[in-house]
Design a protein around this ligand. Structure first.
Ligand code: ZN
Length: 272
């Protein structure tokens, strides 16, 4: 049973990865909720974590066991296959965390919260919302499995980076290849302009994309700035058990790159 669950988690991790990396119409199809029948307005990883919750009938015990099994299997694999098992582990853990951070340890609360997550009432206050934030105060990335060049920073290191920002792109990975100072500035500017029309995040993002196409930027700068604004790919933060604490639902690696570069302010999306 636990092996079947681990495989199910890995399959979901694979779909999540495909949705992030495929280009063209396939991305649209995979990223849309036609493929993942879940509440709209959550980013890739968060949405696939919810999908797992659904596939496992909201059974947190099964999810925990699957996370452990995936982690074990990761140890037995080469580095590429290991990454997929680790992503499966991460999705299982995120699915559990989505419930326990809000509902606590009481199984009844957990079940009613799972039901609410799976069958949300339409509520404008539950939609994603853009926030301009101080990068140094963002939640710590908890899973940097895609880039071996990244190691978590201590609080002191975060502030040291703020005091001595770096702008030179590096060639080690696609996250370090970006000038995040420029990308964040671009994203904030696009947001300011695109917000002049009202509407939900998806509409603001559509206008931002049109504005970016006319901004005269190179492809790398445009893509990096838009990656911060995209409701499907942006850095998504969600409140944990108290409003002062936050949890990164999406954008772990970009958050790390922003912290390392000492970027002051950037745009994130706040999830319900
Ligand atoms: Zn790197």
């Amino acid at each position: 049973m636990v092996d079947e669950d681990a495989l199910l988690a890995r399959l979901t991790a694979r779909q999540c990865w495909d949705a992030e990396t495929l280009r063209g119409p396939a991305t649209e199809r995979l990223a849309s909720n036609e493929n993942v029948e879940l509440p709209r307005g959550l980013a890739h990883q968060g949405r696939y974590a919810l999908r797992l919750l659904n596939l496992f009938d909201g059974d947190l015990g099964r999810l925990r066991a699957a996370a452990l099994r995936c982690r074990e299997l990761a140890q037995e694999e080469d580095s590429h296959r290991q990454a997929m098992w680790m992503r499966a582990t991460d999705l299982c853990e995120q699915a559990v965390a989505r419930v326990t951070t809000r509902a606590g340890a009481d199984p009844d609360h957990q079940q009613s919260y799972v039901h609410r997550l799976m069958h949300p009432e339409p509520d404008p206050a539950e939609e994603l919302a853009y926030r301009v934030v101080w990068v140094a105060t963002l939640p710590a990335p908890h899973n940097l499995f895609r880039a071996s060049c990244m190691t978590p920073l201590s609080t002191a290191q975060r502030w040291a980076r703020q005091a001595r920002p770096t702008r030179t792109p590096r060639s080690c990975c696609r996250y370090h290849a970006v000038d995040w100072h420029r990308a964040s500035r671009g994203a904030r500017r696009l947001l300011r302009q695109a917000r002049r029309g009202a509407g939900p995040v998806e509409e603001v993002y559509r206008r931002a994309r049109a504005l970016a196409a006319r901004a005269g930027w190179d492809t790398a700068q445009r893509e990096a700035a838009l990656s911060l604004l995209s409701p499907a790919e942006g850095i998504i933060v969600s409140p944990e058990d108290s409003p002062a604490r936050w949890f990164l639902l999406n954008g772990q690696h970009r958050t790390q790159a922003l912290l390392e570069a000492g970027v002051r302010r950037t745009v994130v999306l706040r999830a319900p």
